[in-house]
Design a protein around this ligand. Structure first.
Ligand SMILES: C[S@@+](CC[C@H](N)C(=O)[O-])C[C@H]1O[C@@H](n2cnc3c(N)ncnc32)[C@H](O)[C@@H]1O
Length: 285
């Protein structure tokens, strides 16, 4: 892997973050499918195109886009996490996808071939850079002239019911973590559209559009799965872990969360409102 500037995030995604992501991979892929498809539609992916999937995770969107670009196109998924990428690679081998490859790397620094892609795509994979301006500069260099970027990121926590509700319930039992600073990397770090526009402009992109996309988000097939997701992987999980809560406190949190989520249980899934930005931009022709 190329050397990394994103030491904390690299440690997280190669450690507990990666382990959790893999544990919930099937649920996450099913739940995030509509989010990725929305970006693909916004990007207008064409047959034969070369796509770079940034922070590709277990490769779900890479495989999806491989079908859109067809045998004359190709998709490269890049991810900083060794265990997550190993899973993506194993999936590729098991389904014998020929037009998808994966490379481990930090997208901020990775030496992509210059002008090798028509599209830089990401589903929730571009909010973790220490230096987002450098990262998007690197990604722009990988695009051909006139190439485009399209990604989805979360709007602020207060607009995402699945985040705010879980934080509110957990805060009754353990102290929440200090909120990250406005320039700190993290899942909600692209919530401010002006910041996103500023980063993309400074990285040499133009024709920048940031459009809201509100959609139901299924956080689990049932209450138990939803509670497990929110307490182990979701935004409140860090506070629970850091508090050193004992098993009794953890089971009280789980019971309270289950009560709070019950009204969102449709019988086929626990579904809450999610608020995102769909961002598109272009490299000058
Ligand atoms: C929230 S997950 C999204 C994964 C995938 N895009 C999906 O939607 O299933 C974020 C991913 O970004 C990856 N990531 C974080 N920082 C990265 C970086 N600097 N370069 C490449 N990948 C990174 C993580 O390892 C993780 O797989």
């Amino acid at each position: 892997m190329s050397s990394t500037a994103n030491t904390d995030m690299s440690e997280f995604w190669n450690g507990e973050g990666g382990e959790k992501w893999l544990r919930f991979q099937q649920t996450i892929d099913a739940s995030l499918l509509p989010f990725g498809r929305k970006v693909m539609a916004a990007a207008g992916i064409l047959s034969g195109e070369r796509v770079l999937d940034v922070g590709c995770g277990c490769g779900d969107t890479s495989f999806d886009m491989a079908r859109l670009v067809g045998s004359s196109g190709r998709v490269l998924g890049v991810d900083i996490s060794e265990p997550i990428l190993a899973h993506a690679t194993a999936r590729a081998m098991s389904i014998a996808e020929k037009n998808v490859t994966f490379e481990r790397g930090d997208a901020q620094l990775h030496g992509f071939d210059a002008a090798a892609f028509d599209l830089v795509f990401s589903r929730f994979g571009v909010m973790f850079f220490d230096d987002p301006r450098a990262a998007f500069n690197n990604l722009r260099a990988a695009l051909r002239p006139g190439g485009r970027a399209a990604f989805i990121c979360w709007r602020p926590a207060k607009e995402n019911e699945w985040v705010s509700k879980s934080l509110e319930v957990v805060s009754r039992h353990v102290p929440l973590l200090d909120p990250p600073g406005p320039e700190d990397p993290g899942p909600m770090s692209f919530g401010d559209p002006e910041r996103v526009t500023r980063i993309l402009t400074a990285s040499g992109f133009s024709t920048i559009e940031v459009n809201s996309f509100d959609t139901p988000f299924t956080i689990g097939k049932n209450l138990d799965e939803a509670v497990a997701f929110l307490t182990q992987m979701g935004p409140a999980s860090g506070a629970i872990a850091q508090s050193g809560a004992n098993e009794m406190v953890k089971s009280t949190i789980a019971a309270d969360l289950s009560d709070a989520l019950a009204p969102y249980n449709t019988g086929v899934g626990v579904t809450m409102d999610a608020a995102t930005w769909i961002v598109t931009a272009q490299k000058a022709a």
